[in-house]
Structures are given as C-alpha cells and as structure tokens.
Design a binder for this molecule. Structure first.
Ligand SMILES: Cc1cc2nc3c(=O)[nH]c(=O)nc-3n(C[C@H](O)[C@H](O)[C@H](O)COP(=O)(O)OP(=O)(O)OC[C@H]3O[C@@H](n4cnc5c(N)ncnc54)[C@H](O)[C@@H]3O)c2cc1C
Length: 455
C-alpha cells in the first residue's frame, strides 16, 4: 500500500525549474504553483506584463496533488444551500463556464490529462435528505440542466468530467514561458511606496501587482482570513477494480465521494474540520480495512457561505482561495477572474466572489463552537498512549522508535499531532504538515519543527 496520492505516482518526469538565484523586478508576482497559480499565469501570459511565479516546493505538489480531480458542477447540496436563488443561479453559471474554460484549454493546448466525460450522481441516504435532493433537482431543472431523477434517493446530471490533475498542470507548464522558480519560499511581504517587496531567505522580489495563490492565505493578517475560513480534511483511497464509471457524491456530511481513474476506484470519506479529531488513524480505518493500493489525506479551505474568495483585496493585491473542495472549477475561474481584474476587463463573477465579504453570524457561531476546542487543545493538548508532550517537545512512540519535534506549529503555536498512516506531523488548526523528522511539507508554517533547528 502506498501512502501517497495516485497522481504523484503516475505523472512521468515532471518539468522542473531552478530556484530563484537573484533579485527580481516584475509587474506581477504570483505566489504559489498549484492549479490556482498556474491558471492565473496561463491567462496573464503574453498580455504585455512581466509576470513571474514562485513556488515554495515543486509545482503542483500542494493540495492539487492530492485532490480527487472531479470537474463537476453537482457539488453536493450546493445550490439550495446558497443564500438565495440569484446567488445559486450565478454560481451554477460560473461552474459551467469554468468547465468550458478548462475543456477549451485542454483542447487548444493539446494537453493529455486523461480527461473523461462521465455523468455525476448525487445520493440521499435518509428521508430528510430525500426532500433536500428533490429541492436540488427542482432548482437544476428550472435552470435547464439535463438532470434525471433516478429514484427518490439519486439524481444524475450529464456534462461532468474528471481528469488527472497533475498531467493537466504538466500540460500548462509546457505552454508557459513566464519565469517560474521552484523551491522559492516567500517568507515576508511588505508594501513599500507603490509596490510590494517579497522576501525569500536570500533574495527580494519587487512587484507592482501581487497575487496570493498559496492555498491558505497566511500573509494576510489584516484581513483575518484565519477567522474567515477553516481547513477541512478528508481521506482518500485508490483500489484496483472499477465498480462504476460515474462521479458519485453523497449529500450527508461527512461526505462520501467516488470516481474512477483507469482501472482504479477512488473513494473519499471523512470530511471534518482538522481541529475535530486527534486520532487520525481511526479516520483512515474504513479505507484501510478495504486493503487499498493507495491511501492519503488532504485538506481544503472552507468558507462560511460556501463561496470562494477570489478577487482584489487592496492596492494591487489579489487573492484566490476558499474553494470548499471544488478547486478544479474554481481555480480555473480564478485564472480568468484575476487576469480580467488585472487587465481591467469586466467579469460577471467579481461581486459573487468578492474577498471582502464577511459572514459575521456564521463566523461567530463557528468560533463559539470551535474556539473553546482550540483553546483547550492550545493550553492543554490531548495526549494518547503514543503521543505526549514534554515542555516544548512533542514525542511520539512510532512502534518503538521515539520521534521528537517541536511541540507547537511555528505558524500560530497550535500543538502538533502525529499522523501514523502517512507518517507526518500535522497542525490541527491550519493544516501545516511536516515530515516525520520535522521538515516542512505544506501549509502556512514558514519554518521546520526539527529540534536541532530550534536550539
Ligand atoms: C480531499 C479533497 C478532495 C478534493 N477533490 C476535488 C475534486 O474532486 N474536484 C475539485 O474541483 N476540487 C477538489 N478538491 C479541491 C482542490 O483540490 C483544491 O481546492 C485545489 O487543488 C487548491 O489548489 P491551489 O492551487 O489553490 O492550492 P495548492 O495546490 O496547495 O497550491 C498552492 C501552492 O502554493 C505554494 N506556496 C504556499 N506558500 C508559499 C510561499 N510562501 N511561497 C511560495 N509558494 C508557496 C504551495 O507549496 C503550493 O504548491 C479537493 C480537495 C480535497 C481536500
């Protein structure tokens, strides 16, 4: 059993880029080389702006490398959950447009990324959900979507897809001619006169326009993103033996989501706030019991109104995040929306995804529920038979091997926990991940958690 995503295992010889080795002066700097940053770079290319992209790790090795890669507008009970019909109508339109943009790029650039058209099925499991399913069905019907009522518990739509997300990014890479720097970590951003100064350990980049495409928006303290969104985690497996071709998803939370890739069946389960559980192995258990070929977990940024934050923040600063686990469509849209904003072109979705919007009631309710848990865990972290804390150290007994790292995440100081299945340290608050030895893997922490480094 491999504890990595099937995408990382099946993408051949990725194109690589050098690390930044000099100071730079650009019109636009994109921070982050996942599907968001790469989509924005694609739309800004050849538009008369000197654009560069920096990636802390390797392109596409963040959340995008561990997605399920559905390209879908049937996103659970999405449309009847949004605040009103007008919003639902516009969001549906945006997702259909995103699917067309993605398909057009794949066709135009001849990207070989295992794109497959497949129907999508939404499943109810209880009587209450049956009613909700019918409301979603009526909405889709009214919007002239070809939707079929398979039974009281299943509706099906057409014109949905899935693909290999990393092969898609490889295709984009091969078409991008802008400078791209890998292993280039932006540690600090400062506004100076009418430009931004972005610092790595050794160099600085001066940019007139800055785009934050780094998934969790950790630079933006004035905008209080840690209070406007939260990470949600899910568990995925790939197992040989295809059961059905459709994309499937349940209404219930935690969600169950399925798709196929070649002769593998992919299944996602779980879906909980990262702060909800400290026993990661238990969450993997149902998947582990099916003896999978691949198993992994992943986190996405969720918002309180189920809509992403894509747009302009202030003084030539742009952001795209909060896709609520629908990043293939929404990152593709972000590419178009942010490039349109920078190029001063109109775009119908600017108001819908405005990153300034706030949802104070949902935020207060959420903080009321989780704040206490965070605080408790922060002050007196939970221990298990295998994990305990001593002063500033976290100590995990990994089947006899003692692993010692810093107790607290360098981002905001939350106590770290060990993920036994993937053999990584994780922050339950904002989903930073570190290797067993304590080296940064992903997420908002800027530093490692190795003990040697802290001495
Ligand atoms: C379990 C799960 C299943 C999902 N399934 C689907 C699906 O089926 N369909 C769908 O549409 N969406 C799905 N999603 C959502 C989707 O995968 C994500 O929303 C999307 O991949 C996010 O892309 P991104 O480019 O914003 O982030 P990332 O891919 O994480 O890219 C951000 C990049 O920024 C880099 N970075 C961070 N900080 C810095 C820094 N300081 N300096 C330089 N670089 C930096 C990171 O290294 C990273 O490579 C799923 C999400 C999860 C969690």
């Amino acid at each position: 059993m491999k504890t990595n995503s099937i995408w990382l295992d099946t993408v051949k010889k990725p194109i690589s880029y050098k690390q930044l080795d000099q100071d730079l002066n650009v019109d636009v700097l994109i921070i982050g080389g996942g599907i968001t940053g790469m989509s924005i770079a694609y739309h800004l290319q050849n538009k008369g702006l000197h654009t560069a992209l920096v990636e802390r790790n390797k392109i596409g090795r963040g959340i995008t490398s561990k997605t399920t890669g559905k390209i879908d507008y049937l996103q659970g009970l999405k449309y009847t959950k949004l605040k009103n019909e007008k919003t639902a109508h516009l969001y549906l339109k945006s997702q259909l447009e995103a699917i067309n943009i993605l398909k057009d790029i794949i066709t135009k650039e001849k990207i070989s990324c295992d794109l497959e058209q497949t129907p999508s099925v939404l499943i109810a499991q209880t009587e209450k959900e049956e009613k909700q399913l019918q409301e979603e069905y009526i909405f889709l019907k009214k919007e002239n979507i070809p939707v079929t009522n398979l039974s009281n518990r299943e509706i099906k739509v057409e014109n949905t897809f899935h693909f290999h997300p990393l092969k898609y990014l490889e295709g984009l890479k091969s078409k991008l001619t802008i400078p791209i720097y890998e292993n280039t970590n932006i540690l600090k951003v400062k506004r100076h006169n009418d430009y931004y100064l972005c610092y790595t350990n050794e160099h600085q980049i001066k940019a007139k326009i800055l785009v934050i495409a780094c998934h969790y928006p950790f630079f933006l303290f004035p905008y209080l993103f840690p209070f406007k969104c939260y990470p949600e985690k899910s568990y995925i497996m790939a197992k040989k033996g295809v059961k059905q071709k459709e994309n499937k998803i349940t209404i219930s939370h935690p969600t169950r989501s399925e798709r196929t890739f070649k002769d593998y069946q992919l299944t996602l389960i779980g879906s909980h706030k990262t702060s909800d559980t400290f026993t990661i192995k238990e969450n993997f258990a149902p998947l582990l019991n099916s003896n999978p070929d691949y198993i992994w977990s992943n986190e996405d940024v969720m918002t309180f109104d189920s809509l992403p934050f894509i747009g302009h923040l202030k003084e030539n600063l742009y952001i795209a995040t909060g896709y609520n686990t629908w990043g293939m469509t929404n990152a593709t849209l972000a590419g178009k929306i942010i490039s349109d904003l920078i190029l001063k072109k109109p775009n119908p979705y600017i108001a819908l995804f405005d990153p300034h919007r706030s949802n104070p009631i949902a935020r207060i309710t959420y903080l009321g529920k989780t704040g206490k848990e965070y605080l408790k865990a922060y002050v007196k972290p939970k221990t298990t038979k295998k994990l305990h804390y001593e002063d500033s150290k976290a100590i995990y007994n990994n089947n006899g091997e003692e692993i010692v790292v810093q107790k607290r995440c360098p981002h905001l100081g939350c106590p770290l926990i060990f993920n036994e299945v993937e053999q990584v340290w994780e922050c339950p608050c904002h989903a930073s991940k570190f290797t067993k030895e304590g080296y940064w893997l992903k997420g908002p922490s800027k530093k490692d958690i190795t003990i040697a480094k802290t001495k």
